[in-house]
Design a protein around this ligand. Structure first.
Ligand code: CTP
Length: 240
């Protein structure tokens, strides 16, 4: 697409000069934070995701003019001022339902959430006592891949996935981009200073036919840069 105006999906996107990265009128869904998979009334399986990156992206997209729905796992974060709707969930299955509902008619889905890969096969409605038969070997079942499910929708939004990688970043990122049929993948470089739970992030973006590294910066700065890149690729059209 060139020039401003309707992009054929009923979205008005500005596209000239300094406004080239804005998301005016676009409907964006962001999921963020961990999911908690309950084992019994007092225990759960979780992870160390803080949700900060996803909330920063939701804020940056809102400031770029998007109408943002934020689907949040259990996090201790205030809703960014301009976010239109926040849906709080706990488990991967709840997050999946909320995301599938929110992406109906959406233009862009940004999957920053650290969705638990597994949940317990059977939730115990009473507290599991020490010494109970089976308590030492929890049976786990795989959770659905929310990102892959959204990417398989028809019609589907522009889909951006995240991946935490510590090594062979480009090779793994390219494989994930293809396997999950994503429009863009953000590889999160994880070490003791950046990534999960930290205030800073260093990422590398991959899309079919290109990549770009964004050096270490605060999650807010990274979020702004990411939203600008996502807006650019979205506008250019996923088949460009
Ligand atoms: N994701 C998802 N649903 C899941 C698991 C992951 O939507 N059940 C999404 C995450 O939100 C993220 C991306 O998929 O956008 C992460 O992909 P994944 O393949 O899980 O990558 P890693 O966590 O890096 O795991 P690994 O490479 O070990 O498979």
């Amino acid at each position: 697409m060139s020039g401003g105006g309707d992009d054929g999906r009923g979205v008005h996107v500005k596209s000239s000069g300094r406004d080239s990265a804005t998301l005016a009128g676009a409907r964006v869904v962001v999921n963020a934070g961990p999911t908690y998979e309950d084992i019994d009334p007092v225990r759960f399986l979780g992870n160390r995701s803080s949700g900060k990156m996803g909330f920063a992206i939701a804020e940056a997209a809102s400031l770029a003019g998007a109408e943002v729905t934020l689907v949040a796992g259990p996090v201790a974060l205030a809703t960014p001022a301009k976010v239109v709707l926040r849906v709080d969930v706990r488990s991967a299955l709840q997050m999946r339902d909320a995301v599938l509902e929110a992406v109906r008619g959406a233009d862009i889905f940004i999957a920053t959430a650290a969705v638990a890969d597994w949940r317990v096969a059977e939730y115990s409605s009473h507290k599991i006592k020490k010494g109970t038969r089976g308590a030492r070997a929890l049976e786990l079942v795989e959770n659905p891949d929310i990102l892959a499910e959204v990417a398989a929708l028809d019609p589907r939004p522009f889909v951006v996935g995240f991946a935490a990688e510590t090594e062979r970043v480009a090779e793994r990122a390219r494989k994930k981009l293809e396997r999950k049929k994503l429009d863009m993948l953000v590889a999160n470089l994880v070490d003791e200073h950046v990534g999960i739970g930290a205030d800073d992030n260093a990422v590398e973006l991959f899309w079919p036919g290109g990549s770009e590294a964004l050096p270490r910066a605060s999650k807010l700065e990274i979020a702004n840069a990411l939203v600008a890149r996502i807006a650019g690729r979205f506008r250019a059209g996923r088949h460009a």
